[in-house]
Design a protein around this ligand. Structure first.
Ligand code: SAM
Length: 411
Protein backbone atom coordinates (compact mmCIF):
# COMPACT_ATOMS: atom_id res chain seq x y z
CA UNK A 1 0.00 0.00 0.00
CA UNK A 2 2.98 2.24 0.53
CA UNK A 3 3.49 2.45 -3.21
CA UNK A 4 -0.04 3.86 -3.53
CA UNK A 5 0.58 6.75 -1.13
CA UNK A 6 1.38 9.14 -3.95
CA UNK A 7 -2.19 8.65 -5.19
CA UNK A 8 -3.77 9.55 -1.87
CA UNK A 9 -4.73 13.07 -2.90
CA UNK A 10 -6.43 12.02 -6.10
CA UNK A 11 -10.21 12.07 -6.10
CA UNK A 12 -12.02 8.76 -5.75
CA UNK A 13 -13.68 7.33 -8.84
CA UNK A 14 -17.43 7.17 -8.16
CA UNK A 15 -19.26 4.03 -9.15
CA UNK A 16 -22.55 2.28 -8.33
CA UNK A 17 -21.96 -1.31 -7.24
CA UNK A 18 -24.67 -3.80 -8.22
CA UNK A 19 -24.35 -6.21 -5.34
CA UNK A 20 -27.52 -8.31 -5.69
CA UNK A 21 -26.65 -11.95 -5.00
CA UNK A 22 -22.94 -11.13 -4.62
CA UNK A 23 -20.91 -12.01 -1.56
CA UNK A 24 -20.12 -9.12 0.73
CA UNK A 25 -18.22 -9.60 3.97
CA UNK A 26 -18.58 -7.29 6.95
CA UNK A 27 -15.97 -7.63 9.65
CA UNK A 28 -17.16 -6.23 13.01
CA UNK A 29 -20.77 -5.99 14.23
CA UNK A 30 -20.76 -2.58 15.94
CA UNK A 31 -22.26 0.81 15.15
CA UNK A 32 -20.54 1.13 11.76
CA UNK A 33 -21.95 -2.19 10.58
CA UNK A 34 -25.35 -1.24 11.99
CA UNK A 35 -25.35 1.92 9.88
CA UNK A 36 -24.06 0.37 6.67
CA UNK A 37 -25.91 -2.96 6.67
CA UNK A 38 -29.40 -1.68 5.76
CA UNK A 39 -28.17 -0.28 2.42
CA UNK A 40 -26.23 -3.48 1.67
CA UNK A 41 -29.34 -5.52 2.49
CA UNK A 42 -31.46 -3.22 0.32
CA UNK A 43 -29.00 -3.78 -2.54
CA UNK A 44 -29.66 -7.53 -2.23
CA UNK A 45 -26.07 -8.44 -1.29
CA UNK A 46 -25.30 -11.90 0.05
CA UNK A 47 -23.85 -10.67 3.35
CA UNK A 48 -21.71 -12.50 5.86
CA UNK A 49 -20.91 -10.78 9.11
CA UNK A 50 -17.80 -11.96 10.94
CA UNK A 51 -17.80 -10.78 14.53
CA UNK A 52 -17.85 -12.30 18.02
CA UNK A 53 -20.56 -9.81 19.07
CA UNK A 54 -23.08 -7.47 17.49
CA UNK A 55 -25.37 -4.61 18.47
CA UNK A 56 -29.01 -5.62 19.13
CA UNK A 57 -30.08 -4.14 15.76
CA UNK A 58 -27.42 -6.11 13.87
CA UNK A 59 -28.40 -9.22 15.81
CA UNK A 60 -32.00 -8.67 14.72
CA UNK A 61 -30.87 -8.56 11.06
CA UNK A 62 -29.17 -11.95 11.56
CA UNK A 63 -32.27 -13.36 13.29
CA UNK A 64 -34.43 -12.14 10.41
CA UNK A 65 -32.17 -14.00 7.96
CA UNK A 66 -31.05 -10.78 6.25
CA UNK A 67 -27.39 -11.55 6.95
CA UNK A 68 -25.40 -14.67 7.83
CA UNK A 69 -23.45 -14.28 11.06
CA UNK A 70 -20.17 -16.09 11.81
CA UNK A 71 -19.72 -15.55 15.55
CA UNK A 72 -15.98 -15.28 15.91
CA UNK A 73 -13.08 -12.98 15.22
CA UNK A 74 -11.74 -12.43 11.73
CA UNK A 75 -9.50 -15.16 10.32
CA UNK A 76 -7.40 -15.16 7.19
CA UNK A 77 -9.48 -16.61 4.35
CA UNK A 78 -12.78 -15.02 5.47
CA UNK A 79 -12.81 -12.88 2.36
CA UNK A 80 -12.77 -15.84 -0.03
CA UNK A 81 -15.12 -15.15 -2.90
CA UNK A 82 -16.09 -11.67 -1.65
CA UNK A 83 -16.70 -8.82 -4.10
CA UNK A 84 -16.67 -6.14 -1.45
CA UNK A 85 -15.65 -5.92 2.18
CA UNK A 86 -16.37 -3.56 5.04
CA UNK A 87 -13.83 -3.68 7.86
CA UNK A 88 -14.99 -2.09 11.10
CA UNK A 89 -13.79 -3.82 14.25
CA UNK A 90 -12.46 -2.03 17.36
CA UNK A 91 -9.15 -3.91 16.88
CA UNK A 92 -6.70 -2.06 14.58
CA UNK A 93 -4.57 -5.19 14.10
CA UNK A 94 -7.57 -7.20 12.90
CA UNK A 95 -8.59 -4.34 10.62
CA UNK A 96 -5.11 -4.21 9.10
CA UNK A 97 -5.00 -7.97 8.63
CA UNK A 98 -8.41 -8.01 6.93
CA UNK A 99 -7.58 -5.12 4.67
CA UNK A 100 -4.26 -6.76 3.76
CA UNK A 101 -6.19 -9.87 2.71
CA UNK A 102 -8.56 -7.69 0.68
CA UNK A 103 -5.63 -6.01 -1.04
CA UNK A 104 -4.15 -9.41 -1.81
CA UNK A 105 -7.42 -10.78 -3.24
CA UNK A 106 -8.17 -7.48 -5.02
CA UNK A 107 -11.43 -6.98 -3.17
CA UNK A 108 -12.56 -3.39 -2.72
CA UNK A 109 -12.31 -2.66 0.99
CA UNK A 110 -13.79 0.05 3.18
CA UNK A 111 -12.07 0.65 6.51
CA UNK A 112 -13.83 2.51 9.27
CA UNK A 113 -10.66 3.26 11.21
CA UNK A 114 -8.28 4.35 8.46
CA UNK A 115 -9.57 6.07 5.33
CA UNK A 116 -6.06 6.27 3.89
CA UNK A 117 -5.56 2.52 4.10
CA UNK A 118 -8.95 1.80 2.50
CA UNK A 119 -9.33 1.01 -1.21
CA UNK A 120 -12.95 2.26 -1.22
CA UNK A 121 -14.83 5.01 0.54
CA UNK A 122 -18.49 4.96 1.44
CA UNK A 123 -20.25 8.10 0.19
CA UNK A 124 -22.98 9.83 2.14
CA UNK A 125 -26.09 8.56 0.38
CA UNK A 126 -29.78 9.35 0.20
CA UNK A 127 -32.68 8.51 -2.07
CA UNK A 128 -35.66 10.39 -3.37
CA UNK A 129 -38.11 9.17 -6.00
CA UNK A 130 -35.77 6.77 -7.76
CA UNK A 131 -32.72 9.07 -7.60
CA UNK A 132 -29.75 7.92 -5.53
CA UNK A 133 -27.53 10.72 -4.31
CA UNK A 134 -23.97 9.79 -3.29
CA UNK A 135 -21.57 12.45 -2.03
CA UNK A 136 -17.83 12.11 -1.43
CA UNK A 137 -15.73 14.93 -0.04
CA UNK A 138 -12.55 13.04 0.72
CA UNK A 139 -11.89 13.23 4.42
CA UNK A 140 -14.83 15.30 5.58
CA UNK A 141 -17.82 13.00 6.21
CA UNK A 142 -19.83 15.76 7.93
CA UNK A 143 -19.58 17.93 4.87
CA UNK A 144 -20.56 14.98 2.68
CA UNK A 145 -23.62 14.42 4.87
CA UNK A 146 -24.57 18.11 4.80
CA UNK A 147 -24.30 18.29 0.99
CA UNK A 148 -26.27 15.04 0.70
CA UNK A 149 -29.00 16.40 3.00
CA UNK A 150 -29.29 19.60 1.00
CA UNK A 151 -29.63 17.72 -2.30
CA UNK A 152 -32.08 15.14 -1.01
CA UNK A 153 -34.21 17.80 0.65
CA UNK A 154 -34.20 19.84 -2.56
CA UNK A 155 -35.33 16.80 -4.53
CA UNK A 156 -38.00 15.95 -2.00
CA UNK A 157 -39.54 19.37 -1.75
CA UNK A 158 -39.19 19.99 -5.48
CA UNK A 159 -36.99 23.07 -5.07
CA UNK A 160 -33.99 21.42 -6.78
CA UNK A 161 -35.49 19.61 -9.78
CA UNK A 162 -37.50 22.46 -11.21
CA UNK A 163 -40.95 21.61 -12.54
CA UNK A 164 -39.86 22.91 -15.96
CA UNK A 165 -37.51 19.99 -16.32
CA UNK A 166 -40.07 17.51 -15.14
CA UNK A 167 -40.28 14.23 -16.98
CA UNK A 168 -43.15 12.88 -14.88
CA UNK A 169 -46.54 12.40 -16.55
CA UNK A 170 -49.33 14.75 -15.41
CA UNK A 171 -50.89 13.65 -12.14
CA UNK A 172 -53.83 14.37 -9.87
CA UNK A 173 -53.18 14.19 -6.13
CA UNK A 174 -55.38 14.68 -3.10
CA UNK A 175 -52.87 16.03 -0.64
CA UNK A 176 -53.38 16.28 3.09
CA UNK A 177 -51.78 19.59 4.01
CA UNK A 178 -51.74 19.13 7.79
CA UNK A 179 -53.33 21.43 10.35
CA UNK A 180 -51.97 24.79 9.21
CA UNK A 181 -48.29 25.18 10.04
CA UNK A 182 -46.58 24.94 6.62
CA UNK A 183 -43.87 22.70 8.11
CA UNK A 184 -46.47 20.07 8.92
CA UNK A 185 -47.20 18.88 5.39
CA UNK A 186 -45.56 15.60 4.36
CA UNK A 187 -42.43 15.57 2.22
CA UNK A 188 -44.37 13.88 -0.59
CA UNK A 189 -47.17 16.41 -0.38
CA UNK A 190 -44.76 19.29 -0.61
CA UNK A 191 -42.97 17.82 -3.60
CA UNK A 192 -46.21 17.24 -5.50
CA UNK A 193 -47.28 20.77 -4.67
CA UNK A 194 -44.04 22.08 -6.17
CA UNK A 195 -44.73 20.10 -9.36
CA UNK A 196 -48.38 21.11 -9.79
CA UNK A 197 -49.79 23.26 -12.58
CA UNK A 198 -53.05 23.80 -10.73
CA UNK A 199 -53.68 23.83 -6.97
CA UNK A 200 -57.21 23.75 -5.60
CA UNK A 201 -56.87 24.80 -1.97
CA UNK A 202 -59.16 24.82 1.05
CA UNK A 203 -59.58 27.63 3.51
CA UNK A 204 -58.04 25.40 6.21
CA UNK A 205 -54.59 23.96 5.80
CA UNK A 206 -51.17 25.40 5.08
CA UNK A 207 -52.08 28.56 3.17
CA UNK A 208 -48.52 29.88 3.51
CA UNK A 209 -47.28 27.20 1.14
CA UNK A 210 -49.30 28.77 -1.66
CA UNK A 211 -47.08 31.86 -1.52
CA UNK A 212 -44.09 29.72 -2.50
CA UNK A 213 -45.66 28.54 -5.75
CA UNK A 214 -44.22 29.94 -8.97
CA UNK A 215 -46.38 32.51 -10.75
CA UNK A 216 -47.46 30.21 -13.59
CA UNK A 217 -49.28 27.92 -11.14
CA UNK A 218 -53.03 28.50 -11.11
CA UNK A 219 -54.30 28.59 -7.54
CA UNK A 220 -58.03 28.06 -7.15
CA UNK A 221 -59.61 28.89 -3.81
CA UNK A 222 -62.12 26.08 -3.25
CA UNK A 223 -64.13 28.29 -0.91
CA UNK A 224 -64.62 30.83 -3.71
CA UNK A 225 -65.69 28.54 -6.53
CA UNK A 226 -68.79 30.44 -7.69
CA UNK A 227 -71.65 28.05 -7.06
CA UNK A 228 -74.28 27.90 -4.35
CA UNK A 229 -73.23 26.40 -1.04
CA UNK A 230 -74.66 22.96 -1.71
CA UNK A 231 -73.15 22.86 -5.17
CA UNK A 232 -69.67 23.65 -3.89
CA UNK A 233 -68.45 20.06 -3.68
CA UNK A 234 -69.74 19.26 -7.13
CA UNK A 235 -68.04 22.35 -8.49
CA UNK A 236 -64.74 21.28 -6.90
CA UNK A 237 -65.13 17.80 -8.37
CA UNK A 238 -65.81 19.31 -11.78
CA UNK A 239 -62.79 21.58 -11.55
CA UNK A 240 -60.57 18.59 -10.65
CA UNK A 241 -61.85 16.57 -13.59
CA UNK A 242 -61.67 19.47 -16.04
CA UNK A 243 -58.06 20.36 -15.27
CA UNK A 244 -56.96 16.74 -15.21
CA UNK A 245 -58.59 16.13 -18.61
CA UNK A 246 -56.73 19.15 -19.96
CA UNK A 247 -53.49 17.32 -19.13
CA UNK A 248 -52.49 19.48 -16.17
CA UNK A 249 -50.95 18.24 -12.95
CA UNK A 250 -53.48 19.00 -10.25
CA UNK A 251 -53.06 19.08 -6.48
CA UNK A 252 -56.18 19.22 -4.35
CA UNK A 253 -54.68 20.65 -1.17
CA UNK A 254 -56.82 19.84 1.84
CA UNK A 255 -56.58 20.65 5.53
CA UNK A 256 -55.38 17.86 7.84
CA UNK A 257 -55.88 14.42 6.32
CA UNK A 258 -57.99 14.10 3.15
CA UNK A 259 -60.08 11.28 4.61
CA UNK A 260 -60.87 12.76 8.04
CA UNK A 261 -64.07 14.76 7.54
CA UNK A 262 -62.46 15.97 4.34
CA UNK A 263 -64.71 14.57 1.61
CA UNK A 264 -61.55 13.15 0.05
CA UNK A 265 -63.27 9.97 -1.03
CA UNK A 266 -66.03 11.89 -2.80
CA UNK A 267 -63.37 13.61 -4.87
CA UNK A 268 -61.49 10.37 -5.53
CA UNK A 269 -64.77 8.77 -6.64
CA UNK A 270 -65.65 11.68 -8.94
CA UNK A 271 -62.22 11.37 -10.55
CA UNK A 272 -62.59 7.58 -10.86
CA UNK A 273 -65.98 8.01 -12.53
CA UNK A 274 -64.30 10.27 -15.07
CA UNK A 275 -61.66 7.59 -15.62
CA UNK A 276 -58.89 9.58 -13.88
CA UNK A 277 -56.53 7.91 -11.42
CA UNK A 278 -55.47 9.94 -8.40
CA UNK A 279 -52.84 9.65 -5.71
CA UNK A 280 -53.86 10.21 -2.11
CA UNK A 281 -51.20 11.68 0.16
CA UNK A 282 -52.08 11.34 3.85
CA UNK A 283 -51.80 14.39 6.07
CA UNK A 284 -51.41 15.10 9.75
CA UNK A 285 -54.95 15.39 11.03
CA UNK A 286 -55.87 18.30 13.25
CA UNK A 287 -57.71 15.82 15.49
CA UNK A 288 -54.42 14.62 16.98
CA UNK A 289 -51.92 17.33 16.11
CA UNK A 290 -53.86 20.36 17.32
CA UNK A 291 -54.38 18.99 20.86
CA UNK A 292 -50.70 17.97 20.80
CA UNK A 293 -49.64 21.47 19.78
CA UNK A 294 -51.54 22.79 22.81
CA UNK A 295 -49.78 20.34 25.12
CA UNK A 296 -52.59 17.77 25.29
CA UNK A 297 -51.81 14.14 24.44
CA UNK A 298 -54.89 12.29 23.16
CA UNK A 299 -53.75 9.20 25.09
CA UNK A 300 -51.63 8.84 28.22
CA UNK A 301 -50.59 5.74 30.09
CA UNK A 302 -52.88 5.16 33.06
CA UNK A 303 -55.25 7.96 32.01
CA UNK A 304 -56.76 7.25 28.59
CA UNK A 305 -56.44 4.07 26.56
CA UNK A 306 -58.62 5.25 23.73
CA UNK A 307 -59.56 8.35 21.82
CA UNK A 308 -62.60 8.87 19.66
CA UNK A 309 -62.88 11.52 16.97
CA UNK A 310 -66.37 12.73 16.08
CA UNK A 311 -67.91 15.50 14.05
CA UNK A 312 -69.98 18.01 16.00
CA UNK A 313 -71.45 19.80 13.01
CA UNK A 314 -75.00 18.69 13.74
CA UNK A 315 -76.62 18.93 17.18
CA UNK A 316 -77.24 15.68 19.13
CA UNK A 317 -81.03 15.99 18.77
CA UNK A 318 -80.84 16.63 15.03
CA UNK A 319 -82.34 13.67 13.13
CA UNK A 320 -79.40 13.86 10.67
CA UNK A 321 -76.90 13.11 13.47
CA UNK A 322 -75.05 9.80 13.02
CA UNK A 323 -73.21 10.12 16.35
CA UNK A 324 -74.29 7.97 19.32
CA UNK A 325 -73.75 10.54 22.07
CA UNK A 326 -75.26 8.25 24.75
CA UNK A 327 -72.56 5.65 24.06
CA UNK A 328 -69.83 8.28 23.90
CA UNK A 329 -70.85 9.54 27.35
CA UNK A 330 -70.05 6.08 28.75
CA UNK A 331 -66.52 5.90 27.34
CA UNK A 332 -63.63 6.59 29.74
CA UNK A 333 -61.19 7.76 27.10
CA UNK A 334 -60.63 11.01 25.27
CA UNK A 335 -63.29 12.53 23.05
CA UNK A 336 -62.11 14.80 20.22
CA UNK A 337 -64.71 16.87 18.42
CA UNK A 338 -64.12 18.62 15.11
CA UNK A 339 -66.49 21.21 13.65
CA UNK A 340 -68.18 21.47 17.04
CA UNK A 341 -67.85 25.08 18.20
CA UNK A 342 -71.38 26.15 17.23
CA UNK A 343 -73.07 23.16 18.83
CA UNK A 344 -70.79 22.59 21.83
CA UNK A 345 -73.40 23.78 24.37
CA UNK A 346 -75.94 21.20 23.18
CA UNK A 347 -73.23 18.53 22.89
CA UNK A 348 -72.01 19.11 26.48
CA UNK A 349 -75.62 18.94 27.72
CA UNK A 350 -76.21 15.67 25.88
CA UNK A 351 -73.04 14.11 27.31
CA UNK A 352 -73.97 15.16 30.86
CA UNK A 353 -77.56 13.97 30.46
CA UNK A 354 -76.20 10.56 29.44
CA UNK A 355 -74.02 10.32 32.54
CA UNK A 356 -70.72 12.08 31.87
CA UNK A 357 -69.51 14.06 34.90
CA UNK A 358 -70.24 17.81 34.56
CA UNK A 359 -66.75 18.63 35.88
CA UNK A 360 -65.02 16.63 33.11
CA UNK A 361 -62.16 18.84 31.92
CA UNK A 362 -62.11 20.01 28.33
CA UNK A 363 -60.23 22.42 26.10
CA UNK A 364 -60.96 24.20 22.84
CA UNK A 365 -57.95 24.92 20.66
CA UNK A 366 -58.59 27.50 18.00
CA UNK A 367 -56.41 27.81 14.88
CA UNK A 368 -53.98 25.23 16.22
CA UNK A 369 -50.36 25.17 14.97
CA UNK A 370 -50.71 28.65 13.44
CA UNK A 371 -49.45 31.97 14.81
CA UNK A 372 -52.99 32.64 16.08
CA UNK A 373 -53.31 29.44 18.12
CA UNK A 374 -55.20 29.86 21.39
CA UNK A 375 -56.47 27.44 24.00
CA UNK A 376 -59.54 27.94 26.16
CA UNK A 377 -60.12 25.52 29.04
CA UNK A 378 -63.53 24.67 30.48
CA UNK A 379 -65.61 21.80 31.86
CA UNK A 380 -68.73 20.24 30.40
CA UNK A 381 -70.73 22.39 32.83
CA UNK A 382 -69.06 25.69 31.91
CA UNK A 383 -68.21 25.29 28.23
CA UNK A 384 -71.24 27.03 26.69
CA UNK A 385 -70.57 30.14 28.76
CA UNK A 386 -66.79 30.00 28.20
CA UNK A 387 -67.19 29.80 24.43
CA UNK A 388 -69.39 32.93 24.54
CA UNK A 389 -67.28 34.93 26.95
CA UNK A 390 -63.98 34.02 25.26
CA UNK A 391 -65.46 34.37 21.78
CA UNK A 392 -64.09 31.01 20.59
CA UNK A 393 -64.55 30.65 16.84
CA UNK A 394 -64.01 27.94 14.27
CA UNK A 395 -61.76 26.33 13.32
CA UNK A 396 -61.25 24.72 16.70
CA UNK A 397 -60.57 21.22 17.97
CA UNK A 398 -62.40 20.35 21.16
CA UNK A 399 -60.87 17.80 23.54
CA UNK A 400 -62.85 16.28 26.40
CA UNK A 401 -61.33 14.04 29.07
CA UNK A 402 -58.77 13.72 31.83
CA UNK A 403 -55.84 14.12 29.40
CA UNK A 404 -56.71 17.82 29.25
CA UNK A 405 -55.54 18.26 32.85
CA UNK A 406 -52.13 16.71 32.08
CA UNK A 407 -50.98 19.18 29.52
CA UNK A 408 -47.76 21.12 29.51
CA UNK A 409 -47.68 24.35 27.58
CA UNK A 410 -45.75 24.04 24.34
CA UNK A 411 -43.99 26.65 22.30
C1 SAM B 1 -63.87 19.87 7.55
S1 SAM B 1 -62.95 19.41 8.97
C2 SAM B 1 -61.47 18.85 8.20
C3 SAM B 1 -60.56 18.11 9.12
C4 SAM B 1 -59.25 17.75 8.46
N1 SAM B 1 -59.44 16.88 7.31
C5 SAM B 1 -58.26 17.11 9.42
O1 SAM B 1 -57.92 15.92 9.29
O2 SAM B 1 -57.78 17.84 10.31
C6 SAM B 1 -62.55 20.97 9.62
C7 SAM B 1 -62.39 20.98 11.12
O3 SAM B 1 -61.11 20.52 11.47
C8 SAM B 1 -60.68 21.21 12.63
N2 SAM B 1 -59.45 21.92 12.31
C9 SAM B 1 -58.74 21.82 11.19
N3 SAM B 1 -57.61 22.55 11.26
C10 SAM B 1 -57.62 23.13 12.48
C11 SAM B 1 -56.71 23.97 13.17
N4 SAM B 1 -55.56 24.39 12.63
N5 SAM B 1 -57.03 24.37 14.42
C12 SAM B 1 -58.16 23.96 14.99
N6 SAM B 1 -59.04 23.15 14.39
C13 SAM B 1 -58.77 22.72 13.15
C14 SAM B 1 -61.80 22.13 13.06
O4 SAM B 1 -62.61 21.43 13.96
C15 SAM B 1 -62.50 22.35 11.74
O5 SAM B 1 -63.82 22.76 11.94
Amino acid sequence: MVEHAEHAERPAYPVGLRLAGRRVVVIGGGQVAQRRLPALIAAGADITLVSPSATPSVEAMAEAGEIAWTRRRYQDGDLDGAWYVLVATPDPAANSAASAEAEHTRTWCVRSDDAEAATAWTPATGRSEGVTVAVLTGKDPRRSAAVRDAIVEGLRDGSLASPHHRTRAPFVALVGGGPGDPDLITVRGRRLLAEADVVIADRLGPRDLLDELPPHVEVIDAAKIPYGRFMAQEAINNALVEHAKAGRSVVRLKGGDPFVFGRGMEEAQALAEAGIACTVVPGISSSISVPGAAGIPVTHRGVAHEFTVVSGHVAPDDPRSLVDWASLAKLRGTLVILMGVDKIGAIAEALVSHGKAPDTPMALIQEGTTASQRRVDATLATVAERVRSEDVRPPAVIVIGDVVALGTTQK
